[in-house]
Design a protein around this ligand. Structure first.
Ligand code: COA
Ligand code: MG
Length: 303
């Protein structure tokens, strides 16, 4: 099997807001918010007796949704081993979101079953797949789950960590700084990167605690995450900032790219910049930072 990470095109996924599909006000509001992606949730934020109503509301919502806004649209379905999973997938075919988020993925087959379902429905070009990493089993099977990103059309794009479920199942404490979770979070990042997937940090429940929320966003960024899953509009600005590109970062990236472009450095793999070694790989990294800064500026112009 080809083990070279196949980085898909860069997409902004700094802020990924979950919206309960049954909440009509939140649904309407979500299109106007400055988040990079919206997850329309049919799973845990919808009571069993409201699932059908939520599906119908989503299908209606997608009829008028502006698909060219730049916002990425994701639908979180219910597990396929329950009564709602297949009904949700049928609603997904009506909505054709950018991606489907699979809950409680625990083994590769959980992803492959849905990939095959779309193929059989004649929707090979249909939604991409995202996987919640939120069960103890998913952590044991991380590498194998990530590898599904390379098979069956490579439908898997992204991991999203779900700490509420993981803490419930494992008993790992919910304490500031996440000391006992960091080793697990890093494994998720590494598994995702080995297969060229994006990876989104978990929700932070206390949406009135700006200080600890900001700290957790910065911590996630330092661990290598691409963005954070959010539960409330009040969390969007801080996530966009923590996962954005500062002016200093952009300036440094430009300096590195420029150093390699300078005629004096033509044909060099290593150059010296302000007393520091920079290698070609740093120029690649800097190029990605500049591309991300461009995407952020484009988004601002659209808003
Ligand atoms: N997406 C879009 N809009 C949202 C929103 C969300 N996730 N959460 C709140 N809003 C809107 C409200 O509708 C309200 O809009 P309005 O001013 O037009 O009435 C405004 O933001 C302020 O909301 P607020 O009163 O502060 O929150 P709340 O008490 O109504 O709701 C929660 C709090 C936690 C119940 C709600 O934010 C929520 O359901 N979040 C998502 C939960 C979820 O998806 N869970 C599953 C993944 S973990
Ligand atoms: Mg969950």
């Amino acid at each position: 099997m080809n083990r070279t990470p196949h980085h898909h095109p860069l997409r902004l996924r700094r802020s990924v807001l979950s919206v309960p599909a049954v909440n009509a006000r939140a649904l309407a509001k979500s299109a106007l918010l400055d988040c990079d992606a919206v997850i329309f949730d049919l799973e845990d934020s919808v009571l069993p007796e409201k699932k059908a109503e939520a599906r119908a509301a989503l299908v209606e919502h997608f009829k008028t949704l502006d698909r060219s806004s730049g916002q990425e649209h994701v639908i979180r379905i219910n597990a396929l081993d329950g009564p709602d999973g297949v009904l949700d997938l049928e609603a997904v075919l009506d909505c054709m979101p950018d991606a489907v988020l699979l809950p409680k993925v625990s083994e590769p087959q959980d992803v492959l079953t849905v990939a095959d379902w779309f193929s059989e429905a004649g929707a090979d070009d249909g939604p991409r797949l995202w996987a919640m990493i939120e069960t103890a089993a998913s952590l044991l099977n991380l590498a194998a789950i990530a590898e599904t990103g390379r098979t069956r059309g490579g439908r898997l794009d992204c991991f999203v960590v779900g700490l509420n479920d993981l803490r419930k199942e494992t008993g790992i404490a919910d304490v500031p700084g996440r000391p006992f979770l960091v080793p697990l979070l890093l494994q998720v990042v590494v598994a995702a990167r080995a297969c060229g997937l994006d990876v989104i940090d978990s929700v932070f429940n206390d949406f009135s605690d700006d200080e600890n929320f900001g700290a957790e966003c910065r911590q996630g960024r330092q661990m290598g995450f691409d963005g954070k899953m959010l539960i409330h509009p009040a969390q969007i600005a801080a996530a966009n900032e923590a996962y954005g590109v500062t002016e200093a970062e952009a300036a440094e990236a430009l300096a590195i790219v420029s150093a390699f472009a300078a005629p004096d450095n033509a044909g060099k793999a290593v150059v010296s910049l302000a007393g520091r070694m920079v290698e070609k790989l740093h120029a690649d990294q800097a190029g990605r930072i500049l591309a991300k800064a461009d995407l952020i500026n484009d988004r601002k112009k659209k808003a």
